[in-house]
Design a protein. Structure first.
Length: 273
């Protein structure tokens, strides 16, 4: 019986050590990247040949949710992931990891500006009295949506609210617009039911409404710097050769042109090359 327990303990220890490795693939010439389908995996696919030229086997694991990519990275199944901005990453880590820096951002790659879309109006200034405007209902994106409306002169917010603003902070509303709060992924699907919809770039792409884009957040706004999408890694792996090589081929003019030509302002590169 003692031998049996020793054997089981050895197996458990081996499994534990395997989950704590510094490489998702266990092979220094294989790089395993977790990514959302659009636009992240598409951007990685564009530079996959460049990584292969450096001798890497590239595995792109596509995810449709915002939890599994970080879980897989934390548990050593991925070398990095690409789907989120830093505030989301830091919040997830604080709730799901042993330390607040277990996963970190290695580089900012692109920004997905919130955009105002409409199938009923051709100009943002064409705001009828009582217009319905759909916005994401999560705290961060709703504040960004309200700031965008303020930037367009549609509403005015109380001073100093910034990225914590809610519709309760609207102090001027000359057109008496109605703010319709919906889940971020639902907003673009309701485009034909409201006057305007304010949607994240990835959700607009998925819903195929980008032809209805009227205006976006400024690329030099507070939101653009704060909510740039990042390559996330386990702490310490940012200095590994495979991550350095990934960033070397990703942060290039080729990637910037691909993003600009493919997404037409719905996704914007933020890195320097």
């Amino acid at each position: 019986m003692k031998k049996l327990w020793k054997s089981l303990a050895a197996v458990a220890l081996t499994a534990s050590l395997a989950g704590c490795g510094s490489s998702g693939s266990g092979d220094e010439k294989t790089i395993t990247i977790g990514a959302s389908v659009t636009p992240h995996a598409e951007i990685i696919q564009n530079i996959k040949p460049d990584l292969e030229e450096l001798g890497y086997e590239v595995e792109i694991v596509e995810f449709s949710d915002y939890v599994k990519p970080n879980t897989a990275l934390r548990d050593g199944e991925l070398d990095c992931n690409y789907f989120q901005h830093t505030p989301y990453l830091e919040d997830w880590v604080s709730k799901n990891c042993d330390t607040d820096d277990e996963l970190i951002a290695a580089a900012k790659i692109h920004f997905e500006p919130l955009g105002i879309y409409s199938s009923k109006h051709t100009d943002v200034s064409d705001v009828p009295d009582g217009a319905q405007i759909a916005v994401p209902n999560d705290t961060t994106n709703e504040a960004r949506a309200l700031q965008l409306l303020e930037a367009q002169g549609i509403i005015k917010l109380a001073e100093g609210k910034g990225l914590e603003a809610t519709k309760a902070d609207i102090v001027e509303n000359p057109h008496n617009v109605e703010i319709v709060e919906l889940a971020a992924e639902v907003v673009p699907t309701k485009l034909n039911e409201v006057d305007f919809a304010i949607a994240n770039g990835n959700n607009a792409l998925n819903a195929k409404i980008t032809d209805n884009l009227l205006v976006t957040e400024s690329t030099d706004s507070e939101a653009a710097d704060t909510y740039a999408n990042v390559i996330a890694v386990r702490n310490g792996d940012e200095d590994s050769q495979k991550i350095k090589d990934l960033l070397k081929v990703l942060e290039t003019e080729k990637t910037a042109k691909f993003i600009e030509e493919t997404y037409q302002g719905v996704v914007v590169p933020v890195f320097e090359y």
